[in-house]
Design a protein around this ligand. Structure first.
Ligand code: HEM
Length: 196
């Protein structure tokens, strides 16, 4: 019978990232939904603050030359300025206490953080729909949840292909998985802090 180890070894790198972090993802997903981000504007503002802290933390990765070499087109992807415009649309300042941020310094862990950040845009299809209840959209208040101009799926497939083309060593992959787990844990911790 196939062992779990053999099973994960036959998966592509992107699938291994998904497989290794599925419980982390699902707990973040339920924590976000439990905070009822679309129930009213006050809750949505808390969610925007959370997204802002996350995207501010990962923003330097999109400007990193080593990562840009591994992921052509990376510099065009960050959603930080869209989150800041969303805050602006709601009459809020985009200021954050720097002590709340976390940016990985290890290149391979950073790949895992990028996976987490880019992947969050596919689940965002559902979140974007929910913002309509609050009358927000791609031009006002929910810009950062809008689909990439290429569309969510083609954009995600391109990123997945870039992940799978990396050919990392076992140790580098392990660092990337750690990075993805850390990114989910950071999101979760930030969410709990903002809602406490
Ligand atoms: C209520 C909140 C969320 C919901 C409902 C949600 C939902 C989803 C859904 C439906 C998918 C597609 C799964 C698939 O195709 O198999 C997905 C993928 C993903 N989401 Fe979320 N998500 C949420 C929050 C987040 C957050 C906050 C992050 C990151 C901080 C995140 C990171 C990811 C990643 C990395 C993937 C890609 C999984 C893969 O490798 O295919 N999600 N999400």
């Amino acid at each position: 019978m196939e062992t779990t180890q053999e099973k994960t070894e036959t998966l592509t790198f992107a699938k291994r990232l998904k497989y290794s972090t599925r419980t982390n993802h699902d707990s973040v997903d339920s924590l976000v939904m439990n905070s009822e981000p679309f129930a009213n504007e006050e809750n949505y503002i808390k969610f925007l603050r959370l997204q802002h802290i996350f995207h501010l933390s990962v923003a330097p990765l999109y400007q990193n030359a080593d990562l840009q070499a591994l992921f052509p087109g990376l510099a065009d992807l960050p959603r930080l300025s869209a989150v800041e415009s969303d805050l602006n649309d709601l009459g809020l300042k985009a200021d954050v206490d720097a002590s709340l941020l976390a940016t990985p310094t290890n290149l391979y862990q950073a790949i895992g953080w990028l996976y987490c950040s880019e992947g969050s845009n596919i689940g965002a299809a559902f979140l974007y729909k929910e913002t309509q209840k609050l009358k927000f959209d791609a031009e006002h208040g929910a810009r950062h949840l809008a689909a990439h101009p290429e569309g969510r799926a083609p954009h995600w497939r391109k990123f997945v292909a870039q992940l799978d083309a990396l050919s990392l060593t076992e140790e580098q992959e392990a660092q990337a998985v750690k990075g993805a787990m850390d990114a989910f844990a950071f999101y979760k911790k930030t969410l709990s802090n903002l809602n406490s």
